[in-house]
Write a new protein. Structure first.
Ligand code: PLP
Length: 425
């Protein structure tokens, strides 16, 4: 009998992948037009006075974020990457300090630490939630440790209650990289507001977006002030009151009025986007239950998920074909899956060689006599197992996916399951 599998010449479930479509519409276009017509595309001034905190649209977006996420202070910036750098700086972290961070995330979570001269120390993840495993934290705490930077990966909040408890015991700051989990919660508390400071992304791949943008949220007024200083060349305004406590170097991490109005409009749409993403995700979770060897998302009790992407754990022993073969077969059926997410950060060359600059200089690693951690294979076994063997990342909860597309996705899995014998021959 001829195979049905598209990879072997059969007809695919979907001829073409579901296209990417913008989440912006007439509301964003009108908002941008208003800014264009009044001509103040940015209203920041790096001087003491009103303009230091940005123009009316930036402040409007900050107020909207405070309201939506029940936070006291919002600081809007030009990306989540710079927001993370600002967060680390605002916590008073500098050269030679250590910050605990998840290795399974976008590189920005760790480079924010290095760009402040501090050293990232990688804490392995939990094998069900993929977020930092609280049980692995304490063994990496040294006198140099200043903070824990935890990442709410794929849309699920980290175990923040536990992480905060450990941080309190050791007098550490907690920073939440919430770029992937806007609107997710733990017992009603908003992800991105549970730690000392939280970071949101508005880059165009994220759940809501304004092209490029980021927001910091904090309930700590002193941290908020320091974030505002770092955002806008703060040293300029500190000339007079610049005691040792407030000294801090800034840069230009400002966001334009144009981007801010798009961000404000997108934030209004967040809850509707999340309703749709969660419905699609529920359908995937329910649908995966009928397959052996594919483990869908488990959301811990009291948590909600934003489903930036949908991670699936694959068991090649049950399937009898490799993860790569499975992913190739699914791709041929019209559904591209990521094999793993991003390489564990400590295996990136720059880390392995402890070399940030082209000069032979090994700053900031040379600031400590004995390294707390060796960046090498084996450092975080769960992360490595998930990345190199188990995880498949599905992008099936994004818009414009419809329930019938999830049905097609599940049907494609079934087709591969039934015909997998043909792939082993
Ligand atoms: C996207 C992302 C960032 C960086 O966000 P930008 O706004 O693109 O700078 C940081 N951390 C995580 C976990 C992300 O997914």
């Amino acid at each position: 009998m001829m195979s049905e599998l598209a990879i072997l010449g059969g007809t695919p479930v979907r001829e073409r992948e579901i296209p990417w479509v913008p989440t912006t519409g007439v509301e964003e276009i009108n908002a941008v037009r208003d800014v264009m017509e009044d001509g103040h595309l940015s209203a920041f001034l790096a001087n003491r006075g009103e303009g230091f905190l940005g123009g009316p649209r930036v402040r409007e977006m900050e107020a909207a974020f405070c309201k939506r996420f029940k936070a006291k202070n919002a600081i809007a910036v030009n990306s989540a990457t710079t927001a993370l750098q600002i967060a680390v700086a605002a916590c008073g972290i500098g050269p030679g300090d250590e910050v605990l961070v998840s290795p399974y995330t976008m590189v920005a979570s760790a480079s924010a630490i290095l760009l402040n001269g501090a050293i990232p120390i990688f804490v392995d993840i939990d094998e069900y939630t993929y977020t930092m495993d609280p049980k692995q934290i304490e063994k990496w705490i040294t006198p140099r440790t200043k903070a824990i930077l935890t990442v709410n990966i794929f849309g699920l909040p980290s175990n923040l209650p536990k992480i905060k408890e450990i941080a309190k015991k050791h007098n550490l700051y907690v920073i939440e990289d919430n770029a992937q989990a806007p609107g997710a919660t733990i017992d009603g508390m908003e992800a991105g507001t549970i730690a000392d400071v939280g970071v949101f992304s508005l880059n165009y791949h994220k759940v809501i977006q304004c092209g490029e943008g980021g927001v910091l949220l904090t309930n700590d007024d002193k941290l908020a002030y320091r974030c505002q200083l770092v955002r806008n060349h703060g040293e300029i305004i500190l000339d007079e009151e610049g005691d040792k406590e407030t000294c801090i170097i800034g840069s230009n991490y400002r966001i334009s009025e144009l981007h801010a109005v798009i961000g404000t409009e997108q934030l209004k749409k967040l809850d509707n986007f999340l309703i749709k993403r969660r419905e699609l995700a529920q359908q995937v979770t329910d649908g995966l239950k009928r397959f052996e060897g594919l483990q869908g998302v488990t959301v811990p009790k009291g948590y909600t998920h934003s489903y930036y992407v949908y991670p699936i754990q694959y068991d090649d022993e049950i399937w009898g074909i490799s993860r790569e073969q499975f992913a190739s077969a699914m791709k041929a059926e019209g559904f591209e899956l990521g094999e793993g997410y991003m390489k564990p950060i400590y295996l990136i060359n720059m880390y392995k060689h402890r070399h940030l600059y082209n000069t032979g200089n090994t700053y900031p690693f040379d600031l400590v006599d004995t390294a707390t951690q060796k960046y090498e294979l084996g450092l975080c076994p769960v992360t490595e197992k998930m990345h190199f063997e188990k995880l498949l990342i599905a992008d099936v909860c994004r818009l414009p996916y419809e329930p019938e597309n999830v049905d097609e996705f599940l049907y494609a899995i079934e087709k591969v399951w039934k015909n997998r014998g043909l792939l082993t021959k």
